[in-house]
Design a protein around this ligand. Structure first.
Ligand code: FE
Ligand code: FE
Ligand code: ZN
Length: 287
């Protein structure tokens, strides 16, 4: 099982791989720079070869890149939309240089337009980027929690985007447990039913990456606030409403087998996180 967490890119790809190793992870996810802006270090400064060497030596593979939040392919504003397409194309190049097979993308938010408008706009943006020629990578549209006007809150919305993309072989899905739960899918009591709906609507062949997070809220709350896996009331970041059993069931499920599992759970303080414990527990190493 490939399991890891989001890690920092501040020390380049080498620093990211070393941080992952410190959690006993065998995969990880990074942003290629700050998620909220477009400032990016040149690739030459990101210790890519050293990072790849370290990963090879320590059995870390199948890594994931997350595109920054500022990319909104559903925007009707021309400057936002143009920047989104241009920046996504650059991020795809950077992901490929990192040796990642996947770039996770929030589909977009339609703001004052409609979901239909947003879906078409996203697909048109993806077509522009993909048809211009990109490296061999899968753009993984993330399942979203459904807060505000974000698109991707149902399998049907994601499917509607994919239907409008010309080169579908470049498109996959990142399944986020917090988000699907928050958007109303009962992954606690009926993950089998949820994954079979996914298969019927989108197709399991599109499923590439998992974000494994608890949620501070109940099913259908549409909030998107992540919790530590199985956290109880004593956790300073709050109680997980999904629970360890449900997440553990998902990561060991036959239909999720072979995909990277990435934790995006909250840090307890500026200097402390639970990634190492969460990973060990999901591997069955500690109870
Ligand atoms: Fe995300
Ligand atoms: Fe996520
Ligand atoms: Zn989230």
């Amino acid at each position: 099982m490939h399991i890891g967490s989001h890690v920092s890119i501040a020390g380049g790809l080498l620093g990211a791989a070393q941080e992952a190793y410190s959690y006993n992870a065998n995969t990880f996810m990074v942003y290629t720079g700050a998620p909220q802006n477009t400032v990016r270090k040149p690739l030459d400064d990101l210790k890519i070869d050293e990072g790849k060497e370290f990963m090879k030596e320590h059995g870390i593979e199948d890594i994931v890149v997350h595109a920054p939040y500022i990319i909104n392919l559903a925007s009707y504003k021309e400057n936002t939309y143009t920047l989104a397409k241009e920046f996504l194309a650059k991020e795809i190049e950077r992901s490929s240089a990192f040796g990642s097979k996947y770039i996770v993308l929030h589909p977009g938010a339609y703001t004052d337009k409609t979901a239909e408008y947003g879906i078409e706009r996203i697909a048109e943006g993806l077509n522009t980027v993909i048809n211009a020629g990109i490296p061999d990578i899968t753009i993984c549209l993330e399942t979203m929690a459904g807060k505000g006007s974000e698109i991707g809150r149902s399998f049907e919305e994601l499917k509607a985007i994919i239907d409008l993309v010309d080169k579908k072989e470049y498109i996959g899905i990142c399944f986020d447990t917090c988000h699907t739960h928050d958007s109303g899918y009962d992954i606690i009591n009926n993950f089998d039913g949820v994954i079979s709906d996914f298969n019927r609507i989108i197709g399991l062949d599109r499923l590439k990456v998992f974000h494994i997070n608890g949620s501070l809220n109940t099913c259908g709350a549409k909030k998107d606030r992540h919790a530590n896996i199985g956290a109880d009331e004593t956790n300073p970041k709050g109680k997980d409403c999904i629970g360890f059993e449900a997440i553990n069931y998902i990561v060991h499920h036959e239909k999720t087998h072979g995909h990277p599992f990435i934790l995006e759970t909250p840090w307890i303080s500026k200097t402390e996180n639970l990634y190492k414990q969460e990973i060990a527990r999901l591997r069955g190493e500690i109870i």
